[in-house]
Design a protein around this ligand. Structure first.
Ligand code: ASP
Ligand code: MG
Length: 468
């Protein structure tokens, strides 16, 4: 099946009956030309709603649970009513209620135990994708394209890191090919749930928030697809966030590495882990807008022939800078760094940028605000002795920062570019607090004072001629 296309539709592309119908049309159109596998997110905001319901459950707040469950029912039942012919409605309504009942059963367990174990969360939260896969497959069937909903826990095999699992590609390949190729051979379009999977022994997992893109790339690689199309509600990968910069452009082509760097540094269009499974087979990806499907979108390629300088600038406001400095000459900065990084890695915290000073032996790194508490706990226990004996200065936290990242393959071919970027930021009187450049020279990450973040983004975008 060497012309297989995998298409992934995000939450807004399946956000209402009307959007689902458009999505089914886009899928049907391609499936008339070649084999197609669909991957879907939950309807927009549904994953948040499910997670919130489980938090209410843990807190024993029955009223909060009921309100959320009512919203969950009406959102999907309304879509079902609007979407499907009367003859199918009773059966699909029953299926919807069945999936929600399973969710409710797990949430009730949480309410009884006042506990929200990650494994149960993963099992329960997949309900969102199961509901949207059901509705999309039913819509395809109703419109004359035979389709079948597939729960990814039957095809995507992962490790057991609940909430942030990683795929095991060999077993995934076996299961996905067996199941999905046999559906395709029967003339059915598989509609697979994004976001979830299961361990080899069948325990449900999820791939992390926004993980449906990752699901789609895992399946594209496992099925040796020839292309992956990721449908969102924006025109493609842009040179900056259009809410911050007026003259952004949609990039025609970016490399895997550029797209991954942009995603890691805050661009919302793709999940950061999406490109990794595709690298070996060099499967091209298109980022397209399901609200404007006639637009070209961005093509994401393993490599492009003429990389040209800085392509795009991203920003993140919800970050915090953490600094550590040895207080005694007996302890080297490298030792402190090693222990700190070890503690942070064990706490499963992601470091967004890291910078060190060899003279003062100090170093600082950036983490997401929501991971700060976990980071501090990890550092306080990992460096407990050093902190207690005063070998390390008290941990310093700076909350008033933002991260800006300038990304572009071939930036190293532009002498003076970094200098120009820093000058452009300084000209706006924005304070640069730290700078980190990856060894690939693909990205320059700059930590600035939070108040100046937006101004700095605009200045860099302009200075690098990224816009029109
Ligand atoms: N529904 C999941 C989330 O909201 C996965 C996704 O949409 O990609 O995180
Ligand atoms: Mg997404």
């Amino acid at each position: 099946m060497n012309d297989l296309l995998v298409m992934k539709f995000g939450g807004t592309s399946v956000g209402s009956a009307e959007r689902m119908r458009r999505t089914a049309e886009l899928a049907a159109e391609q499936s008339r030309k070649r084999p197609v596998v669909i991957v879907v997110s939950a309807m927009s905001k549904i994953t948040d709603l499910l997670l919130d319901t489980m938090r209410h459950a843990e807190a024993g707040d029955r009223a909060g649970m009921e309100t959320n469950l009512a919203a969950l029912h009406s959102r999907h039942e309304d879509a079902c009513r609007e979407l499907l012919p009367e003859t199918r409605q009773a059966a699909v309504m029953a299926a919807i209620r069945g999936i929600i009942a399973e969710f409710e059963r797990i949430a009730n367990g949480m309410a009884m135990l006042n506990e929200r174990p990650p494994r149960s969360v993963d099992e329960a939260v997949a309900a969102g994708e199961r509901l949207s896969a059901l509705l999309i497959s039913e819509c395809l069937n109703a419109e004359g394209t035979p389709a079948a909903a597939v729960n990814a826990w039957d095809v995507v095999v992962t490790d057991a890191v609940f909430g942030n699992a990683s795929p095991l590609m060999e077993p995934t390949r076996e299961k996905a090919q067996a199941r999905l190729f046999s559906l395709l051979e029967k003339g059915l379009v598989p509609v697979v749930t994004g976001f979830n999977g299961a361990t080899a022994d069948g325990r449900p997992t999820t791939l992390g928030r926004g993980g449906s893109d990752f699901s789609a790339s895992i399946l594209a690689a496992a099925l040796d697809a020839c292309e992956l199309w990721i449908w969102t509600d924006v025109d493609g990968i842009m040179s900056a966030d259009p809410r911050l910069v007026p003259d952004v452009v949609v990039l025609d082509e970016v490399t895997y590495a550029e797209a991954a760097e942009l995603a890691y540094n805050g661009a919302k269009v793709l999940h950061p882990r999406t490109l990794a499974p595709l690298a070996e087979k060099r499967i091209p990806v298109w980022s397209k807008n399901s609200f404007a499907p006639q637009k070209r979108g961005t093509r994401i390629m393993p490599a492009i022939t003429a990389p040209n300088g800085a392509r795009a600038v991203t920003s993140m406001a919800n970050v915090t800078l953490v600094a550590l400095e040895p207080a005694s000459a007996e302890l080297s900065g490298v030792q402190v760094m090693a222990r700190a990084l070890d503690a942070i890695a064990r706490a499963n915290v992601e470091i967004m940028a890291l910078s060190s000073s060899s003279y003062r032996q100090s170093f600082c790194f950036l983490v997401r605000k929501e991971e700060l508490e976990r980071t501090l706990q990890a550092l306080e226990s990992g460096l407990a002795l050093e902190l207690a004996h005063g070998y390390v200065h008290p941990i310093h936290v700076n909350d008033e920062v933002g991260l800006l990242a300038v990304v572009g393959e071939g930036m190293q071919g532009k002498p003076g570019l970094a200098g120009r970027i820093f000058t452009a930021i300084s000209r706006e009187e924005v304070n640069i607090i730290a700078i980190a450049q990856g060894s690939s020279e693909l990205t320059i990450a700059i930590v600035v004072h939070r108040d100046g973040l937006e101004k700095a983004v605009r200045a860099v975008h302009h200075e690098c001629g990224m816009g029109h």
